[in-house]
Design a protein around this ligand. Structure first.
Ligand code: SF4
Ligand code: SF4
Length: 140
């Protein structure tokens, strides 16, 4: 992974809750492990079978992701809020601190075109950025 030390130690981010990262992203998908699925299923208080049928898509490479309806994550409500926010998958928790996004200034700036939280707020401490990068790498 190519990273710029300066970029990792000077990244500003504050989520505005606009919901754009949960919709309208072409062939984007949100990977979800079985453990993450269990947490969401229990949070929703529904059966495992119903949860799997209603909310999970299986891919040919044996990975699984949250179902998308049209161009929206199935858990994005009409007010652009996440219905499972406390138990959202790691991919959502770690955004935008993904290796490919923080790989360079240009990739960070390109991502900012779709996420208005990038560049806002206080600088995120480097140890938090690294923690999220590790968590996201582990989830893949
Ligand atoms: S696009 Fe960015 S600012 Fe908007 S909800 Fe997603 S992370 Fe937050
Ligand atoms: S689970 Fe929540 S945070 Fe993640 S993509 Fe879906 S609506 Fe967005």
């Amino acid at each position: 992974m190519k990273t710029n030390k300066w970029s990792l130690s000077s990244l500003r981010f504050k989520c505005t809750g606009c919901g754009k990262c949960c919709s309208g992203r072409g062939d984007y998908y949100v990977g979800v492990s079985r453990a993450e699925q269990r947490r969401i299923q229990r949070f929703l208080g529904i059966s495992w079978r119903w949860f799997r049928a209603r909310y999970v898509t299986a891919y040919v490479d044996d990975t699984e992701g949250l179902r998308w309806e049209g161009d929206r994550c199935v858990f994005l409500d009409k007010n652009s809020r996440c219905r499972v926010y406390p138990v959202r998958p790691s991919q959502c928790r770690t955004y935008p601190f993904w290796p490919e996004v923080v790989a360079s200034v240009s990739s960070w700036q390109a991502e900012a075109k779709g996420c208005e939280g990038i560049g806002r707020g206080a600088v995120i401490p480097l140890d938090i950025v690294r923690q999220r990068l590790r968590r996201q790498a582990k989830a893949r």
